[in-house]
Unconditional design. Structure first.
Lengths: 300, 317, 353
């Protein structure tokens, strides 16, 4: 057929478009137009601060057993109640939040780093290297992630650090695909050709000229990966296959809560609210960042 | 369409081989290799089983040969012998497969139907109260951990209202087999929620873009009823990008089943995976992972074919 | 005037698009009529309001467009009050429309036969195999070779010209009394354009339907339409029988349009074609301000006088433009500088007036 045909419309929610490296001032004012994203940032900052500093300020340590206050309903002494051993839920939540947030951030950093490297090399090298790396990405996508994580975690023992590494090692695929797309679009850009023409080595061209311009989607993807990693970690801990008691995490607190769900529903509710709050905030922040970092995005 | 189907089938073969390589490597990553994993169960089953397993693994052979032997055996349906029960893994998996398929199938259907309804209504009346409600619930559905949503529904409908059974299938003796409908409601709802959330938003965005196209205006100018314009002309075009998103999400459906089956004591493969993990039963774990991966490849193949059926431009390309 | 109302009567049609930066006065008091079987050319530059007028007639204005004044009557019946069901009886059945770009106006995922039979199912009693046979007949009639075997093919398997023929077949399936052709040839090659124009002319005669041609290309409609209405900045600036308009254009804008087109059947133009100086006016009226009162063409008009900058002229019969006032123009000084127009002189011999 001689005529070209328009491609099917893609959903607008798909991420990824070439962006010149954002200047901080403009970026700040762009994010400022997203009250929801700013609120999400505030929530995240507040929760993180509470988890980091809170345990020092609270009167009770997270593992203090109080046999006279077993499954106590929320009160002034225990704002979120106590669990089956009379441990203070607020103290455990804040303490557990340290691990949850730390694992989330570390895993996201690692996964985004690997994804950027894989996608960057694949997109820049092209040809067989690209083909091989993208087939590897397909394979990694096809293996159900959570069961594979559980098996790998059983090899290393499920300490918070090893969990962060394993989750990070298995959450690079989306970033890789997005970054590859960015690099493909930027590879032939005039300033990249100029740098290559001046004899810059490939690693330098990729690291100095191409990737900084693909920063927007990388940052957005990394932000969303934090929420994802927190959910994965809590799921594993909930199944009893992640962080092991007595170290409290939001996931294993919920595992404990199952037994006394009817008698002490607050045990089920509060840790879940914490996870939901963090993940919602991360997602809203990611949405705001996406708009703020994409110069072609909606301008209000 | 036949050539298109064949092409996609051929593309699935290297993908499946790649998966088997990774899974074999994982098995060998276990401390001490597959043999060490056997010892790590800490139970030291009877020496006959150990010896049979050593024979089967061919542990004295070079690793590539071990892989080929493992692959050939797996292709024949021989996934080895469980450490914990000394029964063939494939037998154990087949026993539990119907329950898992019933759960995943119902969850997928429920998610697809609800997402189509919500996404279409939201796109036809964008920024209405219904659309805003859909957007709000979608944010919740995407952010809510599956297991916590499961606990909340158990608490609400099982404990407080007492409308629905907390767990199990209601089948005699808790055995596998077809579950009673009431037992299926909560697990299927839990497993489908995040997909309803994600797919309805994708469909909304896609359909809104499609409804602005010239051929939609042309269809209206033909005097067709509005529902035929939206469903007959709009939805089919809008589904094209959504189908590929759905296929991408299917890999996570299996992980969701592991959690959902555990919370609801559902006698499927997912729950068996968790018990196998507790027992360090690596042959069983690997068998389940392999089955899950092959299911993902198959689903993606189906999605590709659906894609080609929806979009004639693809299959003629 | 006789007792029977015209097939289509558009009176004082006014369409506005409220936007954040002001209100766009897209169509501003347009009136015209169309008798059964008659054909009218609606001519103007892009943005003059041609397509908006057509979409308003069919009640298909895109958001946020709204008809704020005027009426559209079909056989004397006001279309404004129609509900969804009523519109279904009009669209495709009484009034059909073909659009500019056949590449985007046909649904890419549906077989072309289906896109014809769905109209038959909506407006006739034909179903199933009978509908398929009728679709085949229609596609063959519009010139799709081997139509019967191509019913299940998809739009991307046809050339641009063929797609426009298919689009036309679908539009004609409901045997409409009026066909609105919205620049149906703009997206096509020049040779294909002429074929499509000839096809519509034949079909019009065959089916006895009225045609509203919308185009920016005066040359294209010259031999096809009975009358021409020239649209500028949302208003009709001149309306006349086709021959009169080409022979003795009254409005400076029409004259400029004619001067910018190559001779119809003459040799290749030797000299340069005259371009119209300046740009069409911005129809956006910012909030808190009033639309300009002066003649919209004044900024580009070589003959603009003081009066033109004070008040916009009404559409009124041109002096010497026939006794029934069929030739009308919205200009204070119609035919100014008439003698200088070589086009008018050359065609004067054929002028029936």
């Amino acid at each position: 057929m001689p005529e070209s045909y328009p491609p099917a419309p893609a959903p607008r929610t798909l991420r990824g478009s070439p962006a010149p490296a954002p200047r901080p001032a403009r970026f700040g004012s762009r994010l400022g137009r997203h009250p929801v994203a700013l609120a999400a940032l505030a929530v995240l900052a507040g929760l993180t601060a509470a988890c980091v500093f809170g345990p020092w300020l609270l009167p009770l340590p997270p593992d203090q057993v109080q046999l006279d206050a077993i499954r106590a309903a929320p009160s002034w002494a225990h704002p979120l109640g106590t669990d089956d051993l009379g441990r203070d839920i607020l103290a455990r939540l804040l303490h557990g939040g340290r691990y949850s947030i730390l694992i989330g951030v570390l895993a996201a950093l690692l996964g985004t780093g690997i994804g950027t490297l894989v996608g960057g090399v694949a997109g820049y090298a092209g040809g067989r290297v690209d083909g091989a790396l993208m087939r590897a990405t397909d394979v990694a996508y096809a293996i159900p992630a959570l069961p594979l994580l559980i098996v790998l975690a059983s090899f290393t023992g499920a300490s918070p650090a090893s969990l962060a590494v394993i989750i990070g090692l298995l959450s690079w695929m989306t970033t890789a695909r997005v970054v590859r797309g960015e690099v493909l679009a930027l590879r032939e850009a005039p300033f990249v050709l100029a740098a290559r023409g001046l004899g810059a080595r490939p690693a330098r061209v990729l690291g100095r000229h191409i990737l900084p311009n693909a920063l927007g989607p990388i940052v957005v993807g990394g932000t969303l990966a934090v929420g994802n990693a927190i959910v994965v970690e809590s799921s594993m801990s909930f199944l009893g296959l992640g962080v092991q008691p007595p170290t409290p995490t939001w996931g294993n607190m919920l595992m404990d809560a199952q037994a006394s769900m009817a008698a002490a529903p607050w045990l089920t509710i509060f840790p879940g609210v914490a996870i939901l709050l963090v993940v919602l905030a991360v997602n809203f922040l990611g949405d705001g960042l996406q708009d703020a970092l994409d110069p072609r995005g909606r301008v209000r | 369409m036949a050539a298109f189907t064949l092409r996609r089938l051929l593309q699935a073969i290297p993908l499946t081989l790649g998966i088997t390589v990774v899974l074999f490597a994982v098995l060998h990553l276990a401390p001490g290799g597959p043999e060490g994993a056997l010892m790590a169960t800490g139970r030291f089953p009877d020496p006959e089983v150990v010896e049979a397993y050593r024979q089967r693994l061919g542990v004295d052979r070079p690793v590539p040969e071990q892989y080929v032997r493992w692959l050939v055996a797996a292709a024949r349906g021989d996934l080895g012998v469980s450490y914990s029960t000394a029964r063939p893994v494939s037998e154990m998996i087949l026993e539990r497969l119907p329950a898992t398929l019933q759960l995943m199938g119902s969850a997928f259907l429920l998610a697809a139907v609800l997402a189509f309804l919500v996404g279409t209504l939201s796109a036809v009346r964008p920024f209405s109260w219904f659309d805003h409600l859909g957007t709000g619930l979608s944010f919740l559905g995407i952010a809510m951990p599956v297991f916590w949503f499961a606990l909340l529904l158990q608490l609400l409908f099982g404990v407080w209202l007492g409308w629905l059974p907390l767990s199990g299938t209601g089948a005699a003796g808790g055995a596998s087999g077809w579950a009673r409908p009431a037992h299926l409601v909560l697990p299927a709802a839990v497993l489908s929620f995040r997909y309803v959330a994600a797919w309805s938003r994708y469909l909304r965005a896609s359909l809104m873009a499609v409804l602005g196209q010239d051929y939609i205006r042309a269809a209206r100018a033909k005097g067709l009823p509005e529902w035929r314009v939206v469903v007959g002309h709009g939805l089919r075009n809008a589904l094209i990008p959504v189908v590929s998103v759905m296929a991408l999400h299917l890999a996570t459906l299996f992980g969701g089943a592991v959690i959902t089956e555990t919370v609801f004591a559902w006698p499927g493969i997912g729950r068996m995976f968790v018990t196998a993990m507790m027992a360090r039963d690596y042959p069983l774990l690997m068998g389940i992972l392999l089955l899950g991966s092959v299911m993902v490849v198959l689903f993606n193949l189906l999605a590709d074919l659906l894609y080609g059926w929806l979009d004639p431009r693809i299959r003629h390309a | 005037m006789s007792g029977t109302p015209p097939l289509l009567e558009v009176r004082d049609l006014t369409v506005r698009f409220p936007t954040r930066s002001g209100v766009v006065h897209a169509v501003d008091g347009v009136s015209f009529g169309l008798q059964a079987g008659e054909s009218l050319g609606l001519v103007g530059e892009s943005g003059a309001g041609k397509s908006v007028t057509a979409l308003a007639i069919l009640g298909l204005l895109p958001a946020p467009g709204r008809v704020v004044d005027g009426s559209v009557r079909l056989r004397g019946r006001d279309l404004a009050g129609l509900d969804a069901r009523g519109w279904r009886g009009v669209r495709g059945r009484e009034i059909a429309m073909v659009f500019q770009d056949p590449a985007t106006s046909l649904n890419p995922v549906l077989p072309v036969g289906r896109q014809v039979t769905e109209v038959l199912e909506a407006h006739t009693s034909l179903r199933g195999r009978v509908a398929r046979a009728e679709a085949e007949r229609l596609l063959a009639r519009v010139g799709i070779p081997d139509a019967g075997r191509r019913l299940d093919d998809h739009p991307h398997q046809f050339s641009g010209g063929q797609r426009q023929r298919i689009h036309l077949a679908a539009a004609l399936a409901g045997r409409p009394a009026l066909l609105i052709a919205d620049e149906p040839t703009t997206a096509l090659d020049v040779t294909v354009q002429a074929q499509i124009v000839a096809l519509v002319r034949e079909l019009r005669r065959e089916m006895g339907m009225a045609v509203l041609w919308i185009t920016h290309d005066l040359a294209l409609v010259a031999g096809v339409v009975d009358r021409v209405a020239v649209l500028y900045a949302g208003r009709i600036v001149e309306e006349a029988p086709a021959a009169a308009l080409f022979a003795r254009p009254a409005h400076p804008y029409t004259r400029a349009l004619l001067a910018s087109m190559p001779a119809l059947d003459g040799p290749e133009p030797s000299g340069r074609l005259a371009a119209i100086e300046g740009r069409p006016p911005d129809l956006l009226v910012p909030p808190e301000s009033d639309p300009p009162a002066h003649c919209a063409f004044a900024p580009r008009c070589p003959h603009a006088a003081d009066l033109c900058w004070v008040e916009a002229p009404p559409l009124q019969p041109v002096p010497g433009g026939g006794e029934d006032g069929a030739h009308r123009a919205a200009c204070w000084f119609p035919r100014s500088g008439d003698g200088a127009d070589p086009e008018g002189d050359a065609d004067a011999g054929e002028d029936p007036w």
